[in-house]
Design a binder for this molecule. Sequence first.
Ligand code: SF4
Ligand code: SF4
Length: 444
Amino acid sequence: MGIFTQRGIKVGHNKRTSSIQPVRIEHCETVTLLMKQHIGVPCKPLVNPGDRVALGQVVGDTDAPLAAPIHASISGTVKRLEMIRVPSGEDVQAVVINTDGEMRPAENLEPPSIGTREDFFAAVRASGLVGLGGAGFPAHAKLRSAAKDANILLVNAAECEPYITADHREALDKGEAVIRGIRAICEALEIREAIIGIESNKSDAIQKLKALSTWHSSANLKISVGVLPSRYPQGAEKMMIHTLTGRVVPLGKLPSAVGALVMNVASVAFIGRYIKNGKPLVSRTVTVDGGAVHTPMNVRVPIGIGLEELITFCGGLDSPPAKIILGGPMMGSASPNLETVISKCNNSLLLFTRAQAELMQESACIRCGKCVAGCPMKLMPCVLESAYRAGDLETLTKRDAMGCIECGSCSFVCPAKRELVQRIRMGKRLLREEEAKRKEAAKA
Ligand code: SF4
Ligand code: SF4
C-alpha cells in the first residue's frame, strides 16, 4: 500500500487561457496582506495603522525558521490590522493597505550580494519566496533542507490541473529567468543536472525551453527538458520524480531521500528575476476562469488583491458564481464567498456557474471502485473517506492515509462526486494531531 504507481487519470484540460499573455494590474485600490501565506509560523505585523509604506517594504516577519517575510505589494498607507477568515477556516491576521496611486518602491531594493551558499539562502528568505505552485512551503527552508543530499534539480512545469495556465505562461514568456534561476540554485547547491518536467500538451513552451536548455548547458551543469505524458497527476512531486528519473521516494520520506529537489517553475523563474533586480515577491500570475467570469484571462496581480477587484478587472461576472475555487478544480480550496484575497500560493481563481457546480453535486457511494482504480498511490479512497467520517484513526493509519498525495484523482473519477480528497486531507490532519498529542504526552 502507498507505493507509487504509474496510474493516474485523463482529465479534460479546459486550458482556454493558455494563449493569453498575462496582463498586469497597474492600479489596485487596496491590498489585504495575510500574515500567513506559507506553511509554518505566521508572521507578525511590523507596521501600524497610519504608517506610510513603500512597494517592497517588509510589513510582516518572524524569527521562526519555517516562515517567509511579507512585503507591501503597493505603496500607500496602512489602513488597519484585522483578523480575516481564510477559506481553510483559519483566522489569520492581516495588514490592509490603501494605495497612494504611486507604486513608489522601497529605497533598499537591490540585487542580493551572493558569495556563499548561506548568502543564497538568506537572499531567498529575504525575497519572501514560498512555493508558488500552491504548496506555500518557504523556499529558503526547502533549499536548505535539500542542500546536503540533492544531486538533481527537477523544475515542475507540468501544470496538470485543468483550467490553470499561469505556469505555462511563465515557462513560455520567462524562459530566460527560468534558466537563470536554475543556474543560481544549482551553483549554490553544487547540483550538476537539472530537468524541466513539462506535460506534452504544452508544445510551444517545450520548444522554447529545449532551445534555451541546449544553449545554457555546460560541462558543469546539464539542463534538459523532460516531456511528461498528459495524464493527471504528473505534477505530483513523487510521480514526477519517478517519471523523470526512475527514482522512487519511499512512503513518508521527502524527495531529498532519493537526491531530488523539486521546485515549481514560477518559483525558479522568480529566483532568476530576484537575483537580477532584488524585487521581492509582491506579485504573481493568476489564471481567472470558469463560466461565470466575463473574460477568462491570466492576470499579474499584486499579492493581497481582493477577489472582487480582480473579477472587476476581468470584466465582471456574467452570472453569480455558484462555486468559487482558489487553485485548480482537483486540489484547490472552495471559498464560500468573494470576501477573500489572493495570497502567494494562489495560482488560479475559478468561478463556476450553477450548471457547472451541479455537475459537482455529491451523492451516496455506489461502491463502483473507480476511486481505487484511479489512485496513483494504490490507496482505497472510499475506505479512507468512511474512516475519516467515522473518526476511525486505526483504519486511517492501517490504510496508509498519510501516503495520500492529495492529487484529487479519486474525487474527479467518482461518479457520486464524493469529496474524497477533502475528507482524506482532514483525516491526515487528525492523524497529525494525534501524533502531536502522543509526543506531548511522552514528553510530560
Ligand atoms: S487524493 Fe485520492 S487519488 Fe490522490 S493519492 Fe489521495 S487517495 Fe489517491
Ligand atoms: S468512486 Fe465514488 S462511488 Fe465509486 S467507490 Fe469510490 S467513492 Fe464510491
